[in-house]
Write a protein that binds this ligand. Structure first.
Ligand code: FAD
Ligand code: EPU
Length: 347
């Protein structure tokens, strides 16, 4: 099978940080059947392989010595419906936000709080995308993938993906093993809005007032998706305006004992529930407390709008952003004794 290959391909426009990088080769496929051929192409040439979605959760710190594969398969439809449970099958190449808006406009509940997260369907299971009180893990029941270790196509259940906060087996023990080509999400027709995350309820009410919606009209998934989108636009810098990859660090999880001692010295530090015996801390708050909000090192900077977001003000390289990230993490460690772990894949 002949695949169109571009050698020495620029990746600058293919990552939302907008940093320069060149790949040994770039291949785009439109059908999932072509994936195994593209994988073989990299392996035969003894080169590493990177599956690239919209490049909104990675940082190129230099050139990429391997083959970059983009999967553009399309398709998003209801495949099963019974007892109010609706299964949708989504191709890896579909844009995530478009899937959310389509499902919400069909009256389906389950992913409306994940509106406006950039990227493609195929990348979403990697870190179990999450926002505003929801996570992909709650709805992903199955995915289809090519297993590079066993050289065969497989179907994995949601449970087999071992999802956690901003993680899955695809980022841990099985990093680079699976190429995801399709996901099945189980949504529901009789859901309830989840407005628990600070700010969502107020944003929803604001939009309803503007639209003249009566207070007694029941809330729809589309309204929630629009409220979350509107809130996100207010809080986060858009990569179309300034290069970034969303949160650069995960919110760190520490033991309850560690959290209590931190709260003694810093009573305002926001904390969130985590697994038993642990608490999640606000990385944004700690970075801001260290004085980083809006700071720059040349064109690499910490966003003025949100201190957890590193930005490229123009001509920063991936290395410069990485140096800034290390400086930020060091200062948080020196002040709070807490390690910050990067969220995007570092290349
Ligand atoms: P890429 O960045 O291209 O790839 C990310 C990783 O997934 C890489 O390791 C890549 O190799 C792998 N990958 C991609 N496709 C496949 C595939 N088909 N098979 C196997 N591996 C694959 N994330 C959140 O969780 N919550 C948020 O609220 C959020 N907000 C964001 C806001 C902004 C402004 C930005 C820029 C990013 C945000 N992100 C958020 C991060 C990002 O949008 C998500 O992680 C998204 O899922 C990445 O999708 P992508 O297509 O850009 O993946
Ligand atoms: N805060 C500051 N300074 C700031 C921004 C925030 O001190 O500049 C503090 C405030 O106290 C605020 C708190 O941090 O109340 C939490 O802020 P926010 O609601 O923006 O959430 P976050 O913890 O910073 C996480 C995710 C986001 C996700 C939002 C909403 C991580 C690493 N990040 O951010 O995900 O959209 O919650 O659910 O978990 C991403 O992963 O790329 C991402 C953007």
């Amino acid at each position: 099978m002949l695949l169109p290959i571009t050698y020495n391909a620029s990746l600058k426009d293919l990552n939302t940080f907008g940093v320069p990088s060149e790949a040994w080769a770039l291949v785009s496929v439109e059908r999932w059947l072509q994936v195994a051929h593209a994988v073989a192409l990299a392996e035969d040439a003894n080169r590493p392989l990177l599956i690239l979605g919209e490049g909104s959760n990675l940082l190129f710190r230099g050139d990429y010595p391997g083959l970059v594969l983009r999967i553009h398969n399309q398709g998003c439809q209801i495949v099963d419906e019974r007892d109010g449970q609706v299964k949708i099958r989504v191709a890896a190449g579909e844009r995530w936000h478009a899937v959310v808006m389509w499902a919400a406009s069909e009256g389906l509940w389950g992913i409306e709080n994940l509106a406006l997260i950039p990227g493609m369907m195929g990348a979403a299971p990697m870190q179990n995308i999450g926002a505003y009180g929801a996570e992909l893990a709650q709805v992903l029941t199955q995915l289809n993938c090519y297993d590079r270790a066993q050289k065969r196509w497989r179907t994995l259940t949601g449970e087999a993906c071992r999802f956690g906060y901003r993680t899955s087996r695809f980022r841990e023990a099985d990093a680079e093993r699976f190429v995801i080509t399709e996901c099945v999400l189980t949504l529901t027709r009789d859901g309830e809005p989840n407005l628990s995350y600070p700010g969502v309820q107020a944003e929803l009410e604001l939009l309803r007032q503007r639209a003249g919606t009566g207070a007694d009209a029941s809330v729809t998934p589309l309204e929630v998706a629009r409220a979350v989108s509107s809130l996100r636009r207010k809080k986060l810098p858009s990569p179309e305006v300034v290069g970034n990859a969303g949160s650069f660090f995960k919110n760190p999880i520490v033991t309850e004992a560690h959290c209590e001692s931190l709260k003694t010295d810093h009573p305002e530090l926001p904390t969130y529930p985590a697994e038993p015996g642990h608490k999640k801390l606000s990385a944004a708050w700690m970075i801001e407390a260290c004085g980083w909000r809006g700071k720059r090192r040349g064109d690499a900077g910490v966003s003025e709008r949100h201190s957890l977001v590193l930005v490229n003000h123009g001509e920063a390289t991936g290395q410069q952003i990485w140096h800034l990230a290390q400086e930020v993490a060091r200062s948080v460690h020196d002040t709070f004794g807490v390690n910050l772990e990067p969220e995007p894949q570092l290349l």
